[in-house]
Design a protein around this ligand. Structure first.
Ligand SMILES: Cc1cc2nc3c(=O)[nH]c(=O)nc-3n(C[C@H](O)[C@H](O)[C@H](O)COP(=O)(O)OP(=O)(O)OC[C@H]3O[C@@H](n4cnc5c(N)ncnc54)[C@H](O)[C@@H]3O)c2cc1C
Length: 317
């Protein structure tokens, strides 16, 4: 079984999901994990990917500098004509969601999106959440020669290096694209990526006011972490949108998730339940967050957090 990963990069940065998909590819492959990297001047990314792939196919051309689904499809179609894929893994991102359906049609392959688990022991079975994360379903895809799966970011972070090779091949688009790249508009982003943080102090509505975020920031700084928020915190404008944890925010998997006055609504829990260690502080002993937390403190954050800050400051001298 040859499992291909279409790597994503934009504006000089490799999206870390490309490596996560290789972790998944290595877990399910029977023959090889292979990355497909299209771009211009992206040899450095190929070297990074080769740590986690048996093989990296590097296709460079001026026309591939910016992502254009038409051009990508043109080149991928030529590539797959000579390299039949069993499974193609694509990031479940705006990049991947444009590309994957086009590729599935070209390959006449079944497609599943936003996949969080793949089982290849008996055909291809995938798991995904439905009804806004309320239920998880296992689906068996109909038997086919190739499959296209888009995979959720943050789920397959762990994997060993395999140390593969890089092969550069000369493929060019066969026709000019009808749409052209005009301009990249940088989204408003903060300086922190909560999906990559090891320690997250997440505040919920109970933080009560923007001015209280400082308290969480002080604690986060002592712990060496960053501050994230639940949706009401973002909706109230107390933290920027890119700090939101949950199904309409980011999926996080930190080593430590510390929830301050977060109730634990399922839309929030879906985005943090796979954290290595979950600690929750909430004044309501019935708060659902205690159902997913390994440690819980029933108490008022405005009493517990200053005490924690005090103790940690003493420990740190
Ligand atoms: C389509 C959809 C998508 C959504 N996506 C997301 C998402 O991505 N992320 C997300 O977070 N939510 C999301 N939500 C909203 C979600 O349903 C909840 O409303 C939200 O998560 C609740 O946030 P919260 O826990 O901060 O607030 P609340 O549910 O209001 O909980 C506040 C908690 O703080 C506790 N508390 C209050 N004061 C204190 C104090 N002083 N000390 C200790 N504890 C205190 C209370 O006991 C309570 O448990 C979504 C909803 C919908 C419908």
């Amino acid at each position: 079984m040859r499992v291909f990963v279409v790597a994503e990069h934009r504006m000089g940065e490799l999206n870390p999901i490309s490596v996560e998909l290789l972790n998944l590819a290595n877990a399910i492959k029977k023959d090889s994990s292979e990355a497909l990297l299209l771009g211009k001047d992206v040899k450095g990314f190929a070297e990074e990917l080769a740590k986690y792939a048996d093989k990296v196919w590097l296709i460079q051309d001026d026309s591939l500098e910016y992502f254009n689904p038409e051009i990508y499809m043109d080149v991928l179609t030529q590539f797959f004509a000579n390299n039949k894929p069993d499974v193609v893994l694509i990031p479940n991102s705006s990049f991947g969601l444009e590309l994957a359906p086009l590729l599935a049609v070209k390959l006449n392959a079944p497609i599943a999106t936003d996949v969080v688990n793949v089982d290849v022991s008996d055909g291809i079975k995938i798991s995904k959440y439905i009804f806004q994360g309320k239920l998880m379903v296992d689906l068996k895809l109909k038997e086919a020669e190739s499959y296209v799966l888009t995979v959720r970011q943050g789920v397959f972070k762990e994997g060993a290096e395999v140390g593969g090779s890089i092969e550069e091949i000369d493929l060019k688009p066969s026709a000019e694209a009808k749409r052209k790249f005009v301009q990249y508009i940088e989204p408003e982003v903060g300086e922190v990526d909560i999906a990559q943080a090891d320690i997250l102090v997440t505040v919920g509505r109970g933080i009560d006011d923007a001015s209280n975020i400082e308290l969480a920031e002080e604690l986060a700084e002592l712990l060496g972490g960053v501050v994230a928020g639940s949706r009401p915190v973002i909706d109230n404008g107390w933290l920027p949108k890119d700090r939101q944890v949950g199904i309409s925010g980011k999926t996080v998997k930190p080593k430590l998730y510390l929830g301050l006055a977060v109730s634990g609504a399922f839309q929030h829990v879906m985005g943090m339940k796979d954290s290595e260690l979950i600690i929750a502080i909430n004044k309501d002993p019935e708060a659902p967050i205690f159902g997913v937390a390994q440690y819980g403190i029933v108490g008022d954050i405005f009493e517990v957090v200053p005490e924690l800050i005090d103790q940690l400051s003493k420990l740190k001298g």
